[in-house]
Design a protein around this ligand. Structure first.
Ligand code: CA
Length: 702
């Protein structure tokens, strides 16, 4: 990976922000375990399968039962649902597929026809994390804001509503809805781009709006929507915070406790990131970076816990909320556990929102720990980069110590399984930043050029980056075991009653570990990365393990997966495994591409300006070129010639490359191209120095 890949990894990352989520109904979830009827299987989102046919003694006999290739290569983040022998899964562009879960036979497909020219509206690609199901209906949140109910048998739309309150703002949906007590819950993403977050609940039968919970206050000259917003507004300051949007998007985590009748959801990071821009007089900025508990029937506020008051590091509280009942110090506890980007495992009493423990699971330098009496972090002085005005390297960085990737809990071991990531970022305030209205504009208030001026920080980041699969002992609040991994950023996990933990390794493997000690018991090549957690289900008494292969979204900005490194272009595909199945997953075809840039002739002053423009407008999708988005270093001579027609003229809008004519003029375009040409020549020289032969068609050295 060249230094400039690192720059895009370290600077750009608006991280995996976005949309929201959803379990099917609680009744189905109580079924014996053959189905995977909801996003986290059950409303407590433990992602634990009680099936036992596949266990430690026989997992080595797993083989490929079936595979299906999806239409697009933009990343597969979807958790498949399986109900009564049918699998429902989403691909890129919010397309829904139904397959026979035993044979893989395609049953139906529904494409909501999202305008491909909107591909750049979001921070992190056109991925989708899955559907919700309820009483013969399938619900999908489309990238463009529509919540659509489908007939589960035919894929025919039953109703559709637009969930975005202000289409002029750069909202997007990538998350899975949940259904709780007959209501479909859906949020959205866009905190990096400049929106005001909220969670909506719709009647599952009719699509009628039941309630909406705003997460940050709007213009205080207008009436507040709820008592919760009046409370939140007291924690914001400055004349015009609402112009930036505020952030606080609800883009992933939703779980439900039917006994307590509490619905829990995670609220995203602030927009802008820097608190001096967002709320110049200080304040906690509720409900940014908070877990909120509400009544599912009404959306009425019950309690909240804020992980990072005045959050300014792109630390959303949107990671999975896992509900666990256990005994700690002799007392039965109803816990809510979250492993978010902040780098701590938060253990919360879910009856009242009190913090019970917050222990670091990775290197953390923004806070030294938590005061359990107040529930507040002990922030380090250097963490407040917007007050000090200094560029600062902090752990975790904007990708987080752990991101949205699903975690799983095994009730027998008492361990929570997740991918840990050690990857710092340089944070720096852009004091001149102002809100820039319009889509495809990143509104973080960050000086993304700061890291360029600090090569020593870059070097430290490159030297210390690593990652592991971690089993975390919930009762004792400490690691139980850890497996260091080859590529730092890995996918979600699945725990099963067969004593197994499944996880995709980003270099291109699906691996089964022993739940109690992390021994590798089985693995199979998948060639590409597996972002979401695998699922398990049974049809006619036969147990299956299903994984979605398809690196993309924000992940591909940070680290290339195995396919990308090998110069392959992996399709997005579902791979399903069972005991004694004999299929073999075919490798993806090689990419037909050559590193053949024009000579670099522009002065470095122009290259540097072009680099900053690239980070601002392009790198958020094209960062590492993986996951189905072209690596611009490999542009052909013809693409160089057509560059203005593509970027300004929208010549490839139908393929998801929108026009940037509102953001870039001809001069800026040439600066971007000067940077790309210079970078490609650097990469070509590096490859030649490493291999001794001219590079073509391979990215093996990065
Ligand atoms: Ca974010």
């Amino acid at each position: 990976m060249s230094i400039h890949r690192w720059l895009s990894a370290l600077l750009l990352l608006a991280a995996a922000s976005h949309a929201c989520a959803g379990p099917a109904d609680a009744q189905r979830a109580a079924a014996p375990g053959a189905d995977w009827p909801a996003y986290g299987r059950t409303p407590d989102e433990q992602r634990f399968s009680p099936l036992t046919q596949i266990d430690q003694s026989n997992v080595a006999r797993l083989g490929l039962a079936w595979t299906q290739t999806l239409d697009h290569e933009r990343g597969l983040e979807s958790t498949p649902l399986v109900i009564d022998g049918v699998m429902y899964v989403t691909g890129a562009w919010s397309v829904v597929y139904a397959f026979d879960a035993a044979s893989g036979r395609a049953l139906w497909k529904y494409d909501p026809q999202v305008d491909r020219a909107r591909g750049g509206d979001g921070c992190c690609g056109v991925v989708n994390r899955g559907v919700a199901a309820w009483q013969g209906r399938i619900f999908v949140g489309a990238f463009d804001g529509r919540l659509i109910a489908l007939d589960a048998g035919t894929g025919t739309p039953v109703w559709s509503v637009q969930t975005f309150v202000d289409p002029s703002r750069p909202y997007t949906i990538t998350g899975a809805p949940r259904v709780v007590k007959g209501k479909v819950l859906i949020g959205n993403g866009g905190a990096e781009m400049g929106v005001r977050g909220y969670l909506s609940a719709y009647d599952a039968n009719t699509g009628e709006l039941a309630w909406r919970f705003w997460t940050v206050p709007g213009d205080p000259s207008q009436p507040f929507e709820s008592p919760a917003m009046a409370m939140a507004a007291k924690t914001w300051s400055g004349a015009r915070w609402w112009e930036w949007g505020g952030g606080g998007t609800v883009w992933d985590a939703i779980s439900f406790d039917p006994e307590l009748d509490l619905l829990y959801f995670g609220v995203g990071n602030g927009g802008a990131w820097a608190r001096t821009l967002r709320s110049p007089g200080g304040g906690d900025n509720l409900f940014l970076s908070s877990i909120v508990a509400v009544r599912p029937d009404t959306g009425e506020y019950v309690w909240h816990y804020q992980l990072a008051p005045g959050e300014q590091w792109d630390y959303p509280a949107t990671a999975q909320l896992t509900l666990i009942d256990t005994v700690i110090d002799g007392l039965p506890r109803k816990l809510l556990v979250q492993v978010p980007k902040h780098g701590f495992v938060y253990v919360i009493d879910r009856t009242n929102g009190r913090l019970l423990s917050a222990e670091p699971f990775t290197k953390v330098t923004w806070a030294t720990g938590y005061d359990l009496a107040t529930g507040r972090p002990l922030e380090t002085p250097q963490a407040d980069y917007s007050a000090t005005g200094k560029a600062t390297l902090l752990y975790p960085g904007v990708v987080g110590g752990h991101n949205w990737h699903p975690v799983s809990y095994h009730p027998r071991t008492g361990y929570l399984y997740f991918g840990e990531l050690q990857l710092p970022s340089v944070y720096a305030l852009d004091p001149a930043a102002t809100w820039r209205m319009g889509k495809r504009r990143v509104n973080t208030g960050q000086d993304f050029g700061a890291a360029v001026a600090h090569p020593e920080l870059q070097a430290e980041a490159a030297r210390t980056t690593r990652g592991s699969l971690l089993a975390w002992d919930i009762v004792n609040a400490r690691p139980a075991w850890r497996v260091e991994q080859k590529v730092p950023l890995n996918g979600g996990t699945l725990a099963t009653a067969g004593g197994l933990v499944f996880q995709g390794a980003t270099e291109g493997r699906l691996v089964a570990y022993a739940a109690e000690d992390g021994r590798v018991l089985w693995e199979t090549p998948t060639f590409g990365g597996i972002p979401a957690g695998p699922v398990s289900y049974a049809v006619d008494g036969r147990q299956f393990i299903a994984a979605g292969i398809g690196w993309g979204g924000a992940l591909s900005i940070v680290f290339p997966d195995g396919a990308t490194v090998a110069g392959l272009r992996s399709p997005n595909r579902i791979a399903v495994y069972a005991l004694d199945a004999t299929g073999v997953l075919p490798p993806p075809p090689p990419q037909d591409r050559v590193l053949d840039p024009p000579p670099a002739t522009a002065p470095m002053e122009q290259v540097n300006r072009g680099m900053l423009l690239y980070f601002d407008h392009c790198g958020i999708c094209h960062g590492s070129g993986g996951g189905g988005v072209p690596d611009l270093g490999y542009m052909s001579r013809q693409t160089h010639a057509d560059f203005a027609a593509i970027v300004l003229g929208g010549a490839r809008a139908d393929r998801g490359m929108p026009s940037f004519h509102e953001q870039l003029d001809t001069e800026a375009l040439e600066l971007v191209r000067a940077f790309l040409v210079w970078q490609a020549n650097q990469l070509k020289a590096a490859q030649q120095a490493t291999t001794g032969v001219p590079a073509s068609g391979s990215e093996g050295t990065r």
